[in-house]
Design a protein around this ligand. Structure first.
Ligand SMILES: NC(=O)c1ccc[n+]([C@@H]2O[C@H](COP(=O)([O-])OP(=O)(O)OC[C@H]3O[C@@H](n4cnc5c(N)ncnc54)[C@H](OP(=O)(O)O)[C@@H]3O)[C@@H](O)[C@H]2O)c1
Length: 271
């Protein structure tokens, strides 16, 4: 049990963030839960208390706004005294061909998925350095290892997260601050409902059986907290995709082209 340990989780109102909060609560962490839907955060907070978290704060936060992320970290330090674990998890999807993505859509998804996470790292790192250590988890995706059709903008944000995370891990290692890249595979959450232009996204993923549970992802993150781990890549399929993309971009392209063709046909039939 992690007595007197404190974690911040962004995107804690549903899915992977919610389950990570539950898993950390079971391990005895006090928590600061952040997202925009306060009613949902309050429900998650009640459950975290039942699971054993000594103190739980609900801090309404839009991670796209830097001042709100800074306020989240400052309020946590003021009320709970420290931050041992920061889980930068908030994010959403966008289902659109790359060239059909508008400027506004591209900037908006970067503002939340990438800049929101960057603001979290920048706010929490000096605190962890000052207190002598900590652990930052940055949630990317297996499609932050290999771009896939219809997810160009989303993949770009997740690749950006991977680059930032690799740099940070090295820069903070001398301060006893661990930085872990988290790459979930398809996970059963509200992600597909919240995905912009989500109708097509939902239908395209209906055929995927055997999605991971958010609970499995949350449990793994919590289990690694405090144990330096460069990255967590989820599911056999996710690991295989990452490996194949590194070893043979040509073969991966061949598979992706087939997938793109099938999906394009399916979408055309649905219209
Ligand atoms: N599900 C998957 O298959 C999958 C696979 C790989 C990676 N991921 C990544 O996992 C992370 C969590 O997604 P999920 O699957 O758990 O989906 P989800 O159930 O839709 O959860 C997304 C969370 O992010 C929060 N959020 C979105 N925009 C926000 C903003 N501007 N400010 C603050 N919070 C915001 C949402 O809360 P509010 O709406 O209340 O603000 C919600 O709590 C995302 O980064 C996603 O890219 C998911």
């Amino acid at each position: 049990m992690k007595e007197n340990h404190v974690a911040i989780v962004t995107g804690a109102s549903s899915g992977i963030g919610m389950e990570t909060a539950y898993a950390l609560a079971k391990r005895g962490y006090s928590l600061a839960l952040a997202a925009r839907r306060v009613d949902r955060l309050e429900q998650v907070a009640d459950q975290c208390r039942r699971f054993g978290a000594p103190t739980v704060l609900v801090i309404p936060t839009d991670v796209a706004v830097e001042a709100q992320v800074e306020a989240l970290v400052a309020a946590t330090v003021e009320k709970l005294g420290r931050v041992d674990v920061m889980v930068n998890n908030a994010g959403y999807g966008l289902f659109a061909r790359a060239v059909e993505t508008s400027d506004g859509e591209m900037r908006a998804i970067f503002q939340t998925n990438f800049f929101g996470l960057f603001y979290g790292c920048r706010a929490v790192a000096p605190i962890m350095i000052r207190q002598g250590g900590g652990h930052i988890f940055n949630v990317s995706s297996v499609i932050g290892k290999r771009g896939t059709p219809f997810h160009g903008a989303y993949c770009a944000t997740k690749f950006a997260i991977a680059g930032l995370t690799d740099s940070l891990r090295v820069e903070l290692a001398g301060h006893n601050v661990a930085v872990t890249l988290v790459c979930p595979a398809l996970t059963e959450t509200e992600f597909f409902q919240h995905s912009r232009r989500g109708q097509s996204a939902q239908s395209s993923f209906q055929k995927f059986k055997g999605m991971m549970s958010a609970e499995a992802v949350g449990r793994k993150i919590a289990a690694r907290a405090g144990k330096p781990t460069p990255e967590l890549v989820f599911s056999a399929g996710g690991k295989l995709l990452a490996l194949l993309a590194a070893l043979s971009p040509r073969l991966t392209d061949w598979m992706m082209k087939k997938y793109y063709k099938d999906l394009s046909r399916k979408l055309a039939e649905e219209r």
